[in-house]
Every structure is written in structure tokens, then in C-alpha cells.
Design a protein. Structure first.
Length: 243
């Protein structure tokens, strides 16, 4: 799970001059207006070949609504209880167009990755550790782009029309190009959440082999599955909710 969470800071092309991308596409039908302020907690595991699940840590997911902004903060904790990632994204409250991203990571959260979205311009800098120089990359896009780190929130904000798929233009892993990400609405499934059976919509992202089970009301995310860096499957399960 660590490598996937940190994909947003994989700036493999840092230092390359600004790049303009001409890749227009239909605006996806994103509507996050139903999301209310809440705080959720998750346990996550890695799944062995025999199907057994090994605890890998926990993470928290807090969403605040301030005026026209949705602010989502994810904090991940290693099995020893220490936080090794904190990511805050500010986006438009309705269509989730990103405004800022601030990520702290690594030992003592000393690494910094910060992104400012100003119209079609994106300004980014990375400090991988206090001992490393700051690296910068700027990009300019000729279309709206969404932040890949908001995948779960994007998934719950799409129409739950089983059998349909939606393309969302996101900033690619190189942080200077556009990547069209597919959200496939696969069906529904029921899960036990604190003794209550809840139905969630199953959404699959084939480009990354991520699968979400999400809802239009709290708890908004019930389960997430995706490949771990070592090839095993990582599984997050919602275990708590406030708000």
C-alpha cells in the first residue's frame, strides 16, 4: 500500500520545463455535492496467496466542507502506530476540480510534496528529505484535469449506473501529462459495517486494477482493493465513522 499511496510523488520527470498538453475530452459527470463532513477510519491488510490477510496498518479519512471547498485529509499509520503519510487535498466542493495538494511523508513526515492548481497551470515541488534539494516541475494543460489522489472521492461522485464507464482526465504519474482513467460501474455488493448490512456500488479502475465499494451517503467508502508494490493485494476495510 505504501508504494501506491506514494504514487502521487513519483515525479520521474522533475526539472523538465513546462509542458503544454492538447488533449481535450468530454467533461465527466462528477457531482460531489452530496458529500458531507465526516471522519472515517480504516484497517488495511495484504492478502497472501492462500487467501489469509496480514495486518498492514490503519488510516484515517477526514472530509471537511468549507464554503465552496471540499478538504480531504488522509493519514496513514504503520503497524507500529507511527504516521508515515499525511495528504491534504483542497478541491471544488461540487465537481472536485483540485486547488491544492499538500503531502508529508517518510520518517517523521519530513518529506514534502506540494501542488498548486491555478487555472490550467500546475506548479509542483518535492523535497524528498531535509538532506535533498528541492525539485520543481510545472505543467500547463489545455483541458481540465483531476488529481489522481482523489480516486475514492471521484468514484463516489460519478453516476451509479451499472454497466456504464466514465473517463476522467487526471494528471499522469509523471506529473506533467494527462492520463485518461476509466471508472467502470460494475454492480453492487453488501457489507457488514458495525453490525449493519450496507449496500455499496462496486467501481473498477482497470488501468491500475483498483476496485472501490462506495456510497452516496456515509459511510461513503466501505472497501478498497488494489495491488501492493510487492504484487500482493492490499485491502482496506471501513471500521469507524464520525459524522
Amino acid at each position: 500500500m505504501r508504494g501506491t499511496f506514494l504514487s502521487a510523488i513519483a515525479l520521474v520527470a522533475l526539472g523538465i520545463p513546462s509542458t503544454s498538453i492538447a488533449n481535450h475530452s468530454e467533461v465527466p459527470p462528477i457531482d460531489a455535492s452530496m458529500i458531507e463532513a465526516h471522519s472515517a477510519s480504516f484497517e488495511f491488510f495484504v492478502q497472501e496467496a492462500d487467501g489469509s490477510q496480514v495486518p498492514a496498518g490503519t488510516w484515517s479519512d477526514q472530509v471537511q466542507i468549507e464554503g465552496a471547498s471540499l478538504i480531504r485529509t488522509v493519514v496513514r499509520y504503520a503497524p507500529d502506530g507511527n504516521a508515515d503519510l499525511r495528504r491534504t487535498i483542497v478541491a471544488d466542493r461540487n465537481d472536485l476540480k483540485p486547488r491544492t495538494l499538500d503531502q508529508r511523508f517518510g520518517p517523521s513526515l519530513a518529506g514534502v510534496f506540494h501542488v498548486d492548481f491555478a487555472g490550467n497551470e500546475v506548479n509542483q515541488f518535492l523535497i524528498s528529505s531535509p538532506l535533498e534539494p528541492m525539485r520543481m516541475i510545472d505543467a500547463e494543460f489545455n483541458q481540465d484535469v483531476w488529481e489522481l489522489s482523489l480516486w475514492g472521492t471521484l468514484a463516489m461522485s460519478l453516476p451509479f449506473e451499472v454497466g456504464k464507464e466514465f473517463k476522467v482526465p487526471t494528471i499522469g504519474p509523471d506529473r506533467k501529462s494527462v492520463r485518461q482513467v476509466t471508472f467502470q460501474i460494475e454492480g453492487t455488493a453488501s457489507f457488514d459495517f458495525k453490525g449493519t448490512s450496507l449496500e455499496a456500488t462496486q467501481i473498477f479502475i482497470p488501468e491500475e486494477n483498483w476496485r472501490f465499494w462506495v456510497r452516496k451517503s456515509a459511510p461513503y467508502i466501505l472497501r478498497i482493493e488494489h495491488p501492493a508494490p510487492d504484487g500482493r493485494m492490499a485491502i482496506s476495510k471501513a471500521v469507524g465513522l464520525v459524522g
